[in-house]
Design a protein around this ligand. Structure first.
Ligand SMILES: N[C@@H](CCC(=O)N[C@@H](CS)C(=O)NCC(=O)O)C(=O)O
Length: 243
């Protein structure tokens, strides 16, 4: 019997190769890649074929992680096996959801539909708030929810450490996510920066929808719940993150 050749052991690619000349974002359902994808959808870039989304087709987060670890296309584009990874029109790659999101805004949203643009090269108060809110959401708020998600991930509901989850909720989710948003929204504003939707809302919207799939009754603050409800009815949320 002949031993199997190396090539017969190589996993078949299920993910498509990037398309040259446009932006490509590799994404999996519920992953943090949802943030740049929501931004691209809201800017109409997906419909216009300026940004192509390559989504891992799977039935669960665990299956997506398994595909991410074994797919040769993904392995080449994202050697750390994390998503998102963006492939730019010149074929170069870029990681980090916040960096990809801000780069999409800088490249495609010069009119400032989803972010306050620099005024004659100067920072403005709302632009500073937007940058601060965006980085805070990705670096502080998202990890706060992720810790709770990971406590329950792949653990049957009746076997979860409910004490640890309650502690994380009290010491992290409530002060870092809920209290922050409640403070920002306390003057009755509709969105993070005021009356106009911006990318920071898409970012917090993703984080809050993700909090709802942790199944730990996380969102209790009425102002935060109402803010999430405003975002969740948007077409982009209904398509990408159905609740
Ligand atoms: N700081 C990175 C984090 C990327 C990241 O950790 N992505 C997760 C999905 S939300 C991932 O790909 N995980 C793969 C795994 O757990 O094996 C970013 O914001 O893009």
């Amino acid at each position: 019997m002949t031993p199997p050749t190396t090539s017969s052991r190589v996993t078949q690619a299920v993910m498509s190769e990037p398309i040259a000349g446009v932006w490509n974002i590799y994404h999996a359902p519920w992953f943090v890649s949802s943030i740049p994808v929501l931004i691209a959808m809201e800017l109409g870039l997906v419909e216009a074929n300026k940004v192509v989304i390559h989504t891992i087709q799977s039935d669960s987060i665990a299956e997506s992680i398994s595909i991410l670890k074994t797919d040769p296309v993904l392995g080449r584009l994202s050697p750390r096996h994390v998503l998102p990874v963006a492939v730019l029109p010149d074929g170069s790659t870029m990681c980090e959801s916040a960096a990809i999101s801000l780069a999409i805004l800088e490249t495609f949203d010069k009119a400032g539909k989803l972010h306050p643009v620099a005024c004659k090269g100067d920072i403005t108060v709302t632009r500073a708030q937007h940058l601060q809110g965006f980085v805070y959401a990705v670096t502080e708020a998202r990890p706060s929810v992720l810790k709770i998600f990971l406590e329950g991930f792949n653990v049957p509901k009746d076997k979860r450490n409910t004490g640890a989850i309650a502690d994380l909720k009290r010491t992290s989710f409530e002060p870092v996510v809920e209290a922050h948003l409640a403070r920002v929204l306390e003057d009755g504003r509709k969105y993070y920066l005021g009356s106009q939707l911006s990318a920071v809302d898409l970012c917090f919207g993703y984080i809050l929808v993700f909090a709802t799939i942790c199944d730990s009754d996380l969102i209790n603050h009425p102002v935060v719940a109402a803010y999430l409800a405003r975002l969740a009815v948007r077409k982009s949320f209904k398509e990408l993150l159905p609740m």
